[in-house]
Design a protein around this ligand. Structure first.
Ligand code: CP
Length: 341
């Protein structure tokens, strides 16, 4: 393993091995320090609670030293495009940033959200891929325009720990769950890295995935084709619905997330207008949860209460959002141990 950019760079068997190792370390920590004497840079272009804290604490627990950098905040603004004349607001090029940084550190984690301005460019994950192109040390994706693989691995780990769904004899998929990924209303458009990665990982792990969203919020077509292929290979399935009520019928897991429409990139006002009538229906509430198979409720956090999900659902015993956040640290420690240790 060199970089950790998206789960589809790894086989189901490799992902399963990472997950089992993370569960074992969580339950019976060995206290090993594979990062002793090593520093890891964590580059945050965007805000974070869980990712930043879990990486910082995880690196410490593995014996290493986290170096937090915030381009445009406490470090220089960064240009990632090749061949540009840097006469704008960007002070330093990634070419020098990376080559200097890797003289100090053993790996680089990077968070770089979609700017929601130019779909055709942003769907290629240009900044994350520029980091990977320039670097000779491992790059860990801490959420890019299109993927949040540390989150989706923590999500899959949390589902596995709960043993929901039905037992299988398939190697690497001890339980196969009916999993609903549902769009939810939010006052403004958000990136789609989390739903992309959740859907991808659920397919790779062989779950039966249902994706519910209103018209106008279709996910990337190429990625959906890829997800369909993974589901077929892993014995899972993928289906789509625009019926926000029937979507909940019989599922074992409800995963809520809002995202922006591809066609609205560069025009947030149009997206906000398009979604206005969706506010009342596209929320996870008790009535919808009552249609499920006593489903677990999941969300990557941060979440807007009584907008994405009602208090009654997120505060219920079926809500596992805090366990999900805890597992970010366990899976990331395993990923770092594998690629840096
Ligand atoms: N889920 C997640 O990545 O949380 P943060 O944005 O707080 O890091």
């Amino acid at each position: 393993m060199t970089n950790f950019l998206r789960t589809s760079d790894f086989t189901h068997r490799e992902l399963d091995s990472l997950m089992e190792s993370a569960i074992a370390q969580k339950n019976v920590p060995t206290g090993e320090k594979p990062l002793a004497g090593k520093s890891i840079a964590l580059v945050f272009f965007n805000p974070s609670l869980r990712t930043r804290a879990s990486m910082q604490v995880g690196i410490y627990e593995l014996g290493g030293n986290p170096v937090i950098l915030e381009p445009g905040g406490t470090t220089w603004t960064l240009e990632h495009r090749e061949g540009v004349v840097m006469d704008g607001d960007k002070t330093e090029h990634l070419a020098e940033f990376i080559r200097v940084l890797e003289r100090y550190v053993s790996a680089i984690g990077v968070r770089t959200f979609a700017a929601l301005q130019d779909w055709e460019t942003e769907r290629t994950d240009p900044i994350l891929n520029a980091f990977a192109r320039y670097a000779s040390v491992p790059i860990i994706n801490l959420e890019s325009a299109m993927h949040h693989p540390c989150q989706s691995m923590a999500d899959m780990m949390t589902i596995r720990e709960r043993r929901v769904g039905r037992p299988t004899v398939r190697e690497g998929t001890p339980h196969k769950a009916k999993v609903l990924l549902t769009w939810a209303w939010h006052p403004k458009p958000l990136p789609m890295a989390v739903p992309n990665s959740f859907a991808l990982a659920a397919a790779q792990f062989g779950h039966d995935l249902r994706i519910a969203h209103p018209q106008g919020y279709e996910l990337d077509e190429d990625l959906m084709d890829e997800i369909g292929r993974h589901a077929t290979e892993s014995g899972g399935s993928v289906e789509f619905t625009r019926d926000v009520h029937a979507a909940f019928d019989g599922v074992d897991v409800v995963y809520a997330k809002s995202w922006g429409g591809k066609q609205f990139y560069g025009n947030a006002a149009a997206d906000i207008e398009h979604r206005a009538p969706l506010r009342t229906d596209w929320i996870v509430d008790e009535a919808k949860m009552a249609r499920t198979n006593d489903a677990l409720f999941m969300h990557c956090l941060p979440v807007r209460r009584n907008v994405i999900v009602t208090d009654a659902v997120i505060d219920s015993s079926r809500s596992i959002v805090i366990d999900e956040a805890e597992n970010r640290m366990h899976i990331q420690k395993t990923i770092m141990s594998e690629i840096i240790g």
